[in-house]
Design a protein around this ligand. Structure first.
Ligand code: TRP
Length: 364
């Protein structure tokens, strides 16, 4: 493989079905990157071991969602001929790497990781943080480095993980010699895609809040969710001027809409700016904007839905994709682990062996 070849690794925790926030924040981009032909290898990981770090008591939930996430990947257009989809826990090498990287990270550094901090709060872990959860940024560094990933397309919430990974790589390479590759984060380009709010306008989409639109949702359910989306609570009558800030329908249009959608579904307006101007001025009702958003979303989601239905009928095939992807991923990770152990001088049974070296020392 060429020295400068570009490799992608990314993944998701299988704790639920993937939603439109995952789609604009990462999945759509992955498919574009996959089809760009710029990458030598692409690894997409179902992070079940990481999911267990905060779901230790819910193994069934994680197991259930392996297939859901795999179906979501395939339905958005991840192509197993171009991308290796695999299951994290199958790659024992990742835990071994994690164990060695742990020596290179301090407790206080982990405590300062903003994502870990926020998650500890969110899960009320303050007084009883599982060690495995606390150290998951280290395991994430193992995920990324095991595949020599140069490029990690993720949402901005993952930026601290990438920073931590780069620090580990830096430290490893300076202590043990140049071995690991420093990865770059690749964030969504569109501002609205960075963090798509829930349909209720809340900052985060979450299953428990019931404010997600799932990729696998039916046409009718998507429509219902769009029609009941949060807008501007002060925009009561059509003629009232409307606010765009915090107006979820417009945020979704920022994320999903383009000029062709206007030509197709709302030709009175040339583009989103014109629609926004009218809304701000007053005289444009929420229902009209929501109907437009529904058309836009349905256009994006219907091919995804159709592909999913096909794969759902062929679970044997999906299972085989996961199995063979996991085998391929394991081979790659094993090779890196070998290099890591060599760099760390713990490769006793590799040539030249530890024995030969010792003999030289003792026999003379
Ligand atoms: N932390 C990611 C998430 O919560 C999942 C993940 C695990 C990941 N390991 C990774 C993402 C490595 C990118 C690279 O969705």
């Amino acid at each position: 493989m060429a020295e400068n070849s570009k490799i992608i690794l990314t993944g998701d925790r299988p704790t639920g079905k993937l939603h439109v926030g995952h789609y604009v924040g990462s999945l759509k981009r992955r498919v574009e990157l996959q089809n760009s032909g710029e990458f030598e290898k692409i690894f997409i990981m179902i992070a079940d071991a990481q999911a267990l770090t905060d779901n230790a008591d819910h193994p069934a939930k994680v197991r259930e969602n392996i297939m859901e996430v795999a179906l979501d990947y395939l339905s958005v257009g991840i192509d197993p001929a171009k991308s290796t989809i695999f299951i994290q826990s199958h790659i024992a090498e990742l835990t071994e790497l994690t164990f060695y990287y742990m020596n290179l990270v301090t407790v206080s550094r982990l405590q300062r990781n903003p994502t870990v901090k926020a998650e500890i709060q969110m899960r009320n872990f303050e007084t009883s943080i599982p060690v495995g959860f606390f150290t998951y940024p280290i395991s994430q560094a193992a995920d990324i480095t095991a595949f020599k990933a140069t490029t990690v397309p993720v949402g901005e919430d993952q930026a601290p993980m990438l920073e931590q990974t780069r620090e580990i790589v830096h430290k490893f390479n300076s202590v043990y010699g140049e071995t690991l590759v420093e990865p770059q984060i690749l964030l969504p380009e569109n501002e609205a895609c960075l963090r798509l709010p829930g349909t209720d306008g809340k900052a985060k989409m979450s299953k428990s809040l019931g404010n997600c639109i799932y990729l696998s949702e039916s046409e009718e359910d998507v429509r219902k969710k769009v029609m009941s989306m949060f807008t501007d609570p002060d925009h009561i009558r059509v003629q009232d001027p409307g606010k765009l800030e915090g107006n979820t329908v417009f945020t979704y249009l920022d994320a999903f809409g383009n000029d062709e959608h206007f030509a197709e579904y709302l030709p009175e307006y040339a583009n989103l700016d014109e629609l926004k101007e009218h809304y701000k001025r007053g005289g444009l009702g929420d229902v009209k904007v929501k109907k437009f958003l529904n058309s836009v979303l349905q256009e994006e989601l219907s091919p995804i839905r159709a592909r999913r239905a096909e794969y759902e009928k062929n679970l044997d095939q999906v299972y085989e994709i996961l199995r063979s992807g996991s085998e391929t991923a394991k081979e790659t990770a094993a090779k890196t682990l070998e290099e890591v152990k060599h760099a760390m001088k713990i490769d006793y049974f590799q040539e030249p062996t530890f024995l030969a070296e010792q003999k030289e020392k003792f026999i003379i």
